[in-house]
Design a protein around this ligand. Structure first.
Ligand code: SF4
Length: 444
């Protein structure tokens, strides 16, 4: 069924208001419910689809300090014993999942440690955790093991441990190179720690180092952003990921806006943030990088893959372990409870720590993969014809016509291709492809 677009999409010069901008899944999380938790057990009892890839995500909800723009539930007050108790619970969770028909005898194709701050763990904790996880679900077939790190936590022993447990993609949460900007945004590290950590990481010979940046942090300026680009080019990481600052409701920044009765966040407007990313992408391209998605530039596209992203965006199953983690099990999306106490209580009671779930239809799975792949800047029509039996050019003719007229994309016989301007605001374009019942401003 073709559905005509219902809302104008031209990104006008617009202030940054509170709310989520980034789309990470479909249908939106607000449609997942407690009522559908039973779907998880049904999914776990089904055999895997032929050829389906499997990923493992492990969530570490601990940080040194809470950043003012952070919207995750993170803990800054847990001691070593608390952390050990949590890590042991995640291993128990994996044992329970790995024994079920959907995951039994499968090996992960990719592994991801996210947070929070995975590098907050000590070298000892990391070795013990990964040994236990591998004993349940061996990683020897994993093409990628990705690990998020906060630069200030990376002492030499820590980096060696991260390398020795098998990490291939180290992602440094740099966010910015200016110490005042880092401080005013509540980051725990400073630029000197970034340079030291980067040098040590290079010495460890990780297969891939990614640097995360955010365009439009509190007190960002034109000059500071240009300096950010220069510093990034000087380091020459394998991959650079740039997010545009958003202010979700549960951030410290939003709480202060609310207390002051302000509707507009004290950060750059969306047009400025997009221009900054556009300038960064242009500079990176001039330095030999290739734009690999709406957020990422890579130095060598043949060598520098991001398996976690690419497999998730083509429908892989994912075991998500720990507080608030997201899983995909044979067409059922689910998220774990978002607080550590109920998570531990559920694991100790031998229960599944699930907060909400959603069983997707085949059409919803098709739309999910389509909108996620749009973030890469190009979508192959043949992939969707073969996998879902759908002619995207016909299915989305109205949306494509409208967005092409606005200069955001082109469609030919084989692919949909976003223009650079379309790619830079891709998350605002995707709502048009949602089923009508899922179109809502509340994408949480
Ligand atoms: S380091 Fe990341 S997860 Fe931790 S508080 Fe900052 S933004 Fe949130």
């Amino acid at each position: 069924m073709n559905e005509a677009p219902t809302s104008p999409t031209t990104p006008a010069k617009s202030s940054t208001l509170a709310g989520n901008y980034f789309i990470s899944n479909y249908p939106p999380f607000s449609f997942w419910s407690e009522d559908q938790k039973f779907q998880v057990e049904q999914a776990l009892d089904t055999p895997p689809a032929p050829g389906a890839k499997l990923g493992l995500y492990h969530h570490i909800p601990f940080c040194r300090k809470r950043c003012h723009f952070c919207y995750f539930r993170v803990y800054t007050d847990k001691n070593a014993q608390d952390i050990q108790t949590y890590l042991d619970a995640t291993v128990t969770e994996l044992k329970s999942l790995a024994a079920r028909p959907l995951f039994r005898d499968r090996k992960p194709h990719f592994v991801y440690f996210g947070g929070g701050t995975p590098s907050y763990l000590s070298a000892k904790q990391l070795h013990e955790l990964t040994d236990k996880l591998k004993a349940v679900l061996p990683w020897d077939a994993a093409e990628e093991v990705a690990f998020e790190a906060e630069p200030g936590t990376l002492n030499p022993g820590k980096l060696t441990a991260i390398k020795n447990v098998g990490v291939t993609r180290l992602s440094l949460g740099v966010e910015h190179f200016d110490d005042h900007v880092l401080e005013i945004n509540g980051r725990a590290h400073r630029s000197a720690e970034v340079f030291t950590a980067y040098e040590r990481a290079r010495a460890e010979n990780f297969a891939q180092i990614n640097i995360d940046l955010i365009a439009g942090m509190l007190e960002e300026t034109e000059a500071l952003w240009q300096r950010n680009i220069e510093q990034t080019l000087a380091l020459r990481p394998d991959s650079v990921t740039i997010y545009q600052m958003e202010i979700p409701y549960n951030t410290t920044i939003y709480k202060e806006m609310k207390a002051d009765g302000k509707l507009v966040a004290p950060v750059a407007d969306w047009q400025t943030k997009r221009r900054w990313v556009k300038e960064a992408f242009a500079a990176l391209e001039s330095a030999g990088y290739t734009i690999a998605s709406g957020y990422t530039a890579v130095l060598d596209p043949k060598r520098t893959k991001f398996v976690y992203r690419d497999e998730l965006w083509t429908g892989a199953d994912l075991i998500g372990l720990g507080v608030a983690s997201f899983s995909h099990a044979a067409g059922v999306h689910y998220q774990n409870v978002t607080e550590i106490e109920p998570y531990l209580a559920a694991i100790n009671a031998g229960q599944r720590p699930v907060k909400r779930a959603f069983r997707t239809t085949r059409e919803e799975l098709m739309i999910r993969e389509f909108i996620l792949q749009m973030k890469l800047g190009r979508v192959a029509l043949g992939y969707f014809a073969e996998k879902f039996g759908v002619d995207l050019a016909q299915r989305f003719a109205a949306q494509f016509g409208h967005l092409a007229a606005e200069g955001f994309l082109t469609v030919d016989a084989t692919q949909v291709r976003l223009t650079r301007d379309g790619l830079l605001c891709v998350d605002t374009l995707l709502h048009e492809f949602f089923l009508s019942q899922h179109r809502t401003n509340k994408i949480v």
